[in-house]
Structures are given as structure tokens and as C-alpha cells.
Design a protein around this ligand. Structure first.
Ligand code: DGP
Length: 112
């Protein structure tokens, strides 16, 4: 099981922000911004490049949930960035698809 599957089952604790039937959102253990949340499917899709056509609705629901998560954390108006790291050059460290939601400070562009 991946770390994120263990968080999804409650085996490893995390600060949950949102729970849905098929995905969860929780605070990143190593925040890179004042708000840093991970949105993670309960089932393990290793990375976005390995998602199947049938995962499209789940991925869409995860993206649509970011609005409510941002609102709950008070950053809907100030703005937020969504990041998906796919593979080694992108800095993917947990092989379980996750969307980073970063906010609460001015984020630089292009990312490093
Ligand atoms: P990535 O580099 O895109 O694979 O991001 C993985 C993120 O997961 C990274 O920002 C740190 C976070 N993370 C790793 N282990 C844990 C954990 O056990 N709990 C929480 N809350 N976050 C974790």
C-alpha cells in the first residue's frame, strides 16, 4: 500500500480538509506555502500518465472540489495553484496520483 492509501484508510493520520467517497484532501506534511493541501484518490492511480479513460470523472471531481477546499481555507479570492508532478524530472516522490493545492503567498512563475 502507498502512504496515501494508508492515509485514506486511516492507518496513517493526516489533517483532513475534505472527504468524498472516492478521494480525500489533507494538509501536506511538508508545506511549501501557507496553504498546501493534497487531493488524492482513495484508489491508487500511480501517476496521471497511467490514469485510464474510466478515471476521467474521478479526476474531474477532484479538480472541481478545489474550489470548495480553497473557499474553506480562505484562499478562493486570493488565488491558488494546482500542481501534479508526473515522473522523476517533475519531482514526483509518492507514486500515487495527487494534486497539490498551493496558496497563501505570491507564487513564482515559472516554477523551479
Ligand atoms: P510529490 O513530490 O508531488 O510526489 O509530492 C508528495 C507530497 O507528499 C510531498 O509534498 C510531501 C507529501 N507527503 C509525503 N508523505 C506524507 C505523509 O505521510 N503525510 C502527508 N500529509 N503528506 C505527505
Amino acid at each position: 500500500m502507498t502512504i496515501f492509501e494508508k492515509i485514506a484508510t486511516g492507518e496513517i493520520p493526516a489533517k483532513l480538509v475534505h472527504e468524498a467517497d472516492d478521494f480525500i484532501a489533507f494538509h501536506d506534511v511538508s508545506p511549501q506555502a501557507p496553504v498546501h493541501v493534497l487531493i488524492v484518490p482513495r484508489k491508487c492511480i500511480p501517476r496521471v500518465a497511467l490514469a485510464a479513460a474510466g478515471d476521467g470523472e474521478l479526476l474531474g471531481r477532484m479538480l472541481l472540489a478545489t474550489r470548495g477546499i480553497a473557499q474553506k481555507l480562505g484562499v478562493l479570492e486570493s488565488g491558488y495553484r494546482l500542481v501534479i508532478n508526473n515522473g522523476p524530472d517533475a519531482g514526483e516522490s509518492v507514486p500515487h496520483l495527487h494534486v497539490h493545492l498551493l496558496a497563501g503567498r505570491q507564487l513564482h512563475w515559472p516554477p523551479g
